[in-house]
Every structure is written in C-alpha cells, then in structure tokens.
Design a binder for this molecule. Structure first.
Ligand code: GAR
Length: 199
C-alpha cells in the first residue's frame, strides 16, 4: 500500500533513548513518519540494539573506513539518497554532520541539544559537558532545544524549546537526567511540528 509517511533517518552515537522515545511516539500517536535507517559512527551502541529489535536498518559509518573525508561525506550522502530519506534526526550523534550532507538536506536535519540554545552550544558542548557548564554558570534553569542543523554547530533555527529548573545541590548527572526526560517529550512534539510545516 502506498502511503505518505515521511522517511526518517536517525543518527546516534550512544544509548539512543531519544530515538526510542521518537519511535514510541510515532507508533502511539500515528505520526506519519517511519524510521528507515539508524546510522552511527560506532559499530555497536544501544541505538543499534533498539533498531535491530524493531527491524530498522542499521549502518555504521565512520571516517576511519575511508581514505579521505570527502569519500566519507559522499558515502553518507549516497546512503541517505538511495534510501529516499526525507528527514534526518540527530539523537545523541556526537560528530559534526559533514557539510556535504547539510548541503544535500537543507532544512531537513534536526538536532536535539541538552540546553537552552543559543547558550551552552558549540564545539565541545555535548553530553555531560553541557550540564557541567550550566551549573558552573549558576543558571537557575536549563532545558532542551530542537533546532535545524546548518553548517555551524548548534546555530540553526530553533524549532522548539522546553525548560527545566536547576535544583539546589544539582550534580551534572542529576541535571542531565532531568533534561533527558524533558527531551523525550520535546523531540516527538518538535517532529510533529516540522512535519506540519513541511508538507
Ligand atoms: C542527549 O541528552 C542529547 O541531547 C545529547 O546527548 C544525549 C543523548 O542521549 N546530545 C548532545 O549533547 C549533542 N550535542 P540518548 O543517546 O539517550 O538519546
């Protein structure tokens, strides 16, 4: 049966809890989208395990597999094109998306960042480093941001944000857990919004 489901690729480097939250929301809410591919820079990760359990194709793609960065970029673009991918969702992908991929998918790549951009973004700001920086700056709140990916780290158009409080005595790990829970609700909502905006 022909359907109008958007063909998604998810890029992950680790646990993939955001990927899991997205997949559950797609199935539960009937969001018109389907994961066709889970791509990772790592050969083994929690995201791959989840993808395999759900019959979603996995692809390990790393610069180290290629003679040059250009060959790596081209292979990534080709892998996405041949599968007819409409939208790429970065979910804990700890690498910069190659410029050739950004150029091939303008406005078609989303990222979730564990802070309230434009603060606490940019190179080196990922995972626990973000939460440590938020606490070091004495912020009263943090949160999560879904944004469109462009050539500059964490600088693309903001699609949706949600806030969480910083609690007295917070450790980076405690704040990370609170923000991650918020991310799991935010990312599916942002996906729905983008799908409505991009007919
Ligand atoms: C999430 O908190 C995500 O926002 C963050 O990594 C975690 C991945 O968790 N991403 C970044 O820091 C990217 N700059 P997950 O693998 O369980 O979804």
């Amino acid at each position: 049966m022909a359907d109008n489901k958007r063909r998604l690729a998810v890029f992950c480097s680790g646990t993939g809890s955001n990927f899991r939250a997205l997949q559950h929301a797609i199935l539960e809410r009937g969001i018109p989208a389907e994961f066709e591919l889970c791509l990772s820079n790592r050969s083994q990760c929690g995201a791959f395990e989840f993808a395999q359990e759900h019959g979603i194709e996995t692809l390990h793609l790393s610069e180290k597999q290629f003679g040059s960065y250009e060959e790596f970029e081209e292979a990534m673009v080709r892998a996405l094109m041949v599968r007819g991918i409409d939208l790429i969702l970065l979910a804990g992908y700890m690498r910069k998306v190659p410029d050739a991929v950004v150029a091939a998918f303008p406005d078609r790549i989303l990222n979730i960042h564990p802070a309230l951009l434009p603060k606490f973004g940019g190179e080196g700001m990922y995972g626990i480093h973000v939460h440590a920086a938020v606490l070091a700056a004495g912020e009263a709140e943090s949160g999560a941001t879904v944004h469109v990916v462009n050539e500059e780290y964490d600088k693309g158009r903001i699609v949706m944000q949600r806030r969480v409080p910083v609690m007295p005595g917070d450790t980076p790990e405690a704040l990370a857990d609170r923000v991650l829970e918020c991310e799991h609700a935010l990312y599916p909502d942002a996906l729905e919004k983008i799908l409505e905006e991009q007919p």
